[in-house]
Design a protein around this ligand. Structure first.
Ligand code: DMJ
Length: 667
């Protein structure tokens, strides 16, 4: 064939074998295909042409059908895989179709119906069993949950931007849902964000009917084991469990939950669990890491946890780790004022304030003393005690207090209070007051300045912050903002009844105990007046003399983070009064935790909405203090053994880690 090909050439190619090779008696020769075609009759040629055209049409039709089927099949496969991945109970068959319509707020009737608005792009969602959180990415899944009056829209990835956003529409109000006082989520945590899934909360409440102390202790042990199971299965060695997405979040990368839980396991006699945790500390835990940690959180949770475990077990391993960590935290105190920075890099030995300010929060710089002082006593190295005592000395003398009440911040350059005018016993100030009393007790009640500051502060609280509600005359502690009273109380403030009771037990004025009794009542109401029996993060109190409710909860404050303060105070109140009502109140709270926050596969989760028992909206996080504090205080509340961590021998740090009261006072 010559190039360019002629019309003849083209037809010959179509009618015969590709090269128009004709075989003749074994002799291979080329013949013109066109001539061969011409030799056919007209009828033959017509039939051949007709058959060819028909074949072409049929081929085209079947191709288009096949490709349509392939598209349909791949969508269905995706849906089936989503169902297989554990979401099956959430949607009835009728909802397996993607909803056609706008991406958000599609109107659907009926409770608890979960609808996918866009077909999922990723084929599988892997349960992250001890795996990195990156495996948890869900792709462009957009979910709408409609439960009763409430609608939550969660766009895992907005089409026009990379920002994650969560809006809650509550009776018409659109608000940002995540205004919380907890630490900001790490990058890992954002990656692993998962939708709330009410169906996976365990509906049954173990040990419901019992009132015997032994059974209640067993119920607390059961709760701990369940929480630990989740941590062990999905977050082992990491900071916090995310029980819904079966993954974890990293805050400092120090195995926060594991260390915070150590002494709780010891106290509950959970030997096996303790042994495996100890092995992790021995083999895996290293503080030689290039990581920024928060001085306060690391001190109360990690240093405190190691020190108390050393005391309970006598095992040198924990003291060695505590020494190592303590010395790595020391650079935080190298500031012009000697008021420590909030953050330390424990690997590099550098420290700095938060990026946006040179201030530190008051609670943070004044609630690390019990731990550093104890470290000095144990190591016979005074440097730890010296740096934290210096902070207390400066604060004692500092002008700008309001009848013993302190502002929320202090500047690390000038050593002066900053952001003056706001006084609270909640976030950023709370444990200042707690540690005044507890340091005084720790040191054998000899350090008078601490006691003076404590007594003056409680007088200030009574004078400026304590009020009663109109309807039931509930006593609460509000806030002062530039001389204006705000009837707002964080759940965090519920540590106060316990602290006041402890002070009164240590011979402080009797009216401290009266206030403790009244505040305990109010903290109890913060639970019982909620539909789930669980307290919101923040309550507002009604000062008006009307028939309506005492407690108002704003939409952004309805979350519960499994916090310990009320249970902590119930423990003190029971230990010091033996009034059984405090145990009953605690038992009710434990059952509510079991009912609304227990996740069936392991772990407990913080929730978004204490007002909606139909859908409390799991937040997918188990804070380390749930095991370190909340469950420990439950156990101590129900224990009949008054010598178990006797209040004559131990003082609990603000993360519930017991440290010994010193047999000999400091010099
Ligand atoms: C804990 O880390 C400590 O109790 C701290 O003092 C306050 N916040 C949490 C618990 O709510």
């Amino acid at each position: 064939m010559m190039y360019p090909p002629t019309r003849k050439d083209f037809i010959s190619l179509t009618l015969t074998d590709p090269n128009c090779h004709i075989y003749n008696n074994g002799k291979h020769r080329k013949q013109s295909c066109w001539r061969k075609w011409k030799q056919l009759s007209r009828l033959q040629r017509s039939i051949i042409l007709f058959l060819l055209a028909l074949t072409l049409v049929l081929a085209l039709v079947s191709y288009s059908r096949l490709s349509k089927q392939r598209i349909g099949l791949s969508k269905k496969e995706d849906w089936m895989e989503m169902i297989d991945d554990g979401l099956k109970p959430a949607f009835p068959d009728v909802n397996l179709k993607p909803v056609v319509g706008p991406d958000s707020m599609t109107e659907v009737k009926g409770p608890n119906i979960l609808i996918f608005q866009k077909p999922p792009i990723n084929k599988r969602i892997f349960p992250n069993k001890r795996g990195p959180p990156s495996l948890q990415k869900n792709g462009n899944v957009s979910l709408t949950f409609l439960v009763g009056r409430q609608e939550v829209v969660q766009d895992a990835e907005e089409e026009n931007g990379d920002k994650q956003k969560k809006l809650v529409s509550w009776r018409g109000a659109i608000i940002e849902a995540d205004q919380v006082t907890e630490p900001p989520p790490s990058a890992n945590e954002k990656d692993a964000a998962a939708p709330p899934a009410p169906e996976i909360l365990a509906g049954s409440v173990p040990f419901t009917a019992s009132s015997g102390a032994v059974d209640r202790l067993e119920a607390v042990r059961d709760a701990f084991r369940h929480a630990w199971k989740g941590y062990k299965d999905y977050a082992w060695g990491h900071d916090e469990l995310k029980p819904i997405s079966k993954s974890y979040s990293e805050w400092f990368g120090l195995g926060l939950t594991l260390i915070d839980s150590l002494d709780t396991m010891w106290i509950m006699d959970l030997k096996e669990e303790f042994a495996e945790a100890k092995q992790w500390i021995e083999k895996e835990l290293s503080f030689n890491q290039n990581v920024d940690v928060n001085l306060f959180e690391t001190t109360i949770r990690v240093l405190g946890g190691l020190l108390s475990t050393y005391h309970l077990t006598g095992d040198q391993l924990f003291l060695n780790k505590a020494k190592d960590l303590g010395s790595r935290l020391m650079p935080a105190f190298k500031t012009p004022s000697k008021i420590p920075f909030s953050d330390v890099n424990i690997g590099k030995g550098t420290a700095h304030p938060p990026r946006w300010t040179s201030d530190s929060s008051m609670a943070e710089v004044t609630s690390i003393q019990l731990e550093f002082r104890e470290l000095s006593r144990l190591t016979q190295d005074p440097q730890y005690k010296e740096v934290v005592d210096e902070v207390m000395k400066q604060v004692h003398k500092l002008p700008g207090k309001h009848d013993g009440l302190i502002p929320m911040f202090i500047n690390t350059n000038s050593g002066q209070f900053s952001h003056r005018g706001i006084y609270t016993l909640g976030a950023r100030a709370d444990s200042y007051y707690e540690y005044l009393l507890k340091q005084w007790i720790q040191g054998g009640k000899t350090e008078d300045e601490l006691l003076e500051d404590y007594i003056e502060a409680i007088n200030g609280v009574k004078k400026h912050l304590v009020r009663q509600t109109g309807p039931r005359k509930l006593t609460f502690v509000g806030e002062l903002s530039h001389n204006r009273f705000s009837p707002k109380m964080d759940h965090l403030v519920c540590f106060l009844p316990g602290t006041l009771a402890l002070g009164s037990y240590n011979d402080l004025p009797g009216d401290h105990m009266d206030l403790a009794v009244q505040l305990m009542e109010t903290c109890h109401h913060m639970y019982t007046q909620m539909e789930t029996g669980l307290s919101p993060e923040i309550a507002h109190f009604n000062l008006h003399d009307t028939d309506s409710n005492d407690i108002i909860v704003k939409p952004a404050d309805r979350h519960n983070l499994l916090r310990p303060e009320t249970v902590e105070s119930l423990f003190y109140m029971y230990r010091l009064t033996k009034n059984p009502k405090y145990r009953e109140w605690g038992w009710e709270i434990l059952q509510s935790f079991n009912k609304y926050t227990r996740v069936s596969d392991g772990g407990y989760t913080s929730i978004n909405n204490v007002r909606d028992p139909e859908n409390p909206e799991p937040r997918d996080k188990m804070e380390s203090f749930f095991l370190g504090e909340t469950l420990k205080y439950f156990y101590l509340l129900f224990s009949d053994d008054m010598e178990l961590l006797s209040l004559d021998k131990y003082v609990f740090n603000t993360e519930a880690h017991p440290l010994p009261i010193w047999p000999t006072p400091p010099e």
